[in-house]
Design a protein. Sequence first.
Length: 369
Amino acid sequence: MLDDAKLNTALENVRRAGVPGLFAEVRDNDQVWQGAAGVADVTTGRPVTADMRHRVGSITKTFTAAAVLQQVESGQIGLDAPIGRYLPKLVPGERGDAITVRMLINHTSGLAEYLPYAYSSFRAFPALADTGPQSMDDHRFTRFDPIELIGLGVAAPAAGTPGGTPGLYSNTNYLLLAQLLEQVTGTTAEKCITQNVIERAGLSDTAFPDEPQMSGPHSRIYEAWFGMIDPPRDYSVYDMSYAGPSASLTSTVADLNRFYGLLLAGEIVNQSSLEQMRRTVQVISQEGKLIEYGLGLYPMEGPDGGIFWGHGGTVWGGGALSMTSADGKRQMSVAVNVQRWNKLDSMGRPQPHPIDDALAALYRVAMQR
C-alpha cells in the first residue's frame, strides 16, 4: 500500500535540502501516486508538475540494451560474438576479436570513456578536482559525430582487459552498440529503438531529441558542477549528440515506470533475454563506486531486502532514477532538476550533502513494500 502523506513529506524534504524542483511517480499494483515539489524555473517560480518531460541520461542504456537483445533473439546479433565481426573498422584487430557484444552491454570491454577527450578542457571522474565548467558552455551547440567519439574512446589507453572485472562504465560501449544496431537493421539506432522499444511499450512521451531544445512541458535544469557554478547554471538547452543512444532520451516518470514494468514482465524482450539482463558483474561507476551491473540494468536493494531493477541517469543539470521490484508490483521513478551539488575535498572526492540523505529517504519510502 502507498502512503501518500509519507511520500509527499519525503519529496518536500528533498526540495528543502536544496533541489530546486523534483517530481516522481510510485506504483504499487494498481495504486499510483504522483508528486511534485519546488520550481521548474528559479527565475519565474513556475512550479514543477509530475507530468513533465525530462532528460533521463543513462536510463537510455536500458532501451538500447533491449533493442540489441531483440536483435539477438531474431538471430541478427550474437550476444557473445566479437564486435569485430560487425564493426571491424571501429574496433580493429585483436581488440575487435576479443571484445564481445555482451562485454559492451555490461561495460567489461575495457574500452575507455570518450567524454574527457571530447570535452578536452576538463577530465572525467575520478579526477574531479581538476575539472571546470567552461567546456560545457563551449559545447552547448556542438554537433558531435558518433564515429569520432568512438574513435576517441578506442584510441585512449585501455581501461581494462576484455571481459575482465571489475569493468569500467563507459559510454563508448553504448555508442558502439548504436552503430551495431544501425549495421544490422539498416536504420539509425534512434529509429530502431523508437520503433521496437518505445512504440512497442506504448510510451507517448518518450523520444530522442532532434534539436537542443526540449519539446513539451518540461523543467529547466541546473548544473552546480561540484559547487564551482554558484548559483547553478541553466543547461536546459543543449545538443545531446555528445551522448546519443547512450544517454539522450527524454521521458516522463509515468513512461519510465510503464517501460520497466513491461520489460521486467518479459513484454519487451523474452524471458531468456531478461535472465541475461539480470546476470551481473562488478563494474566501477563513473563516480568511482563498485556496483553490480547487468545488461543495461542494475539491482538496488529495497528497505525490506527485496531487489529492485532499473537504471539511473544524469545529464548536465538533470538526473533521474527508475527502479522496479523483481516481481514488477512496486515501481519508483524520480526526476530532479539539478546535478552535482556535492562540493569536493582537497583530494577531489565529493563531500556529503543534505540532498543525498533526503533522496535516500525518499527512495526508502517509495520502495517500502
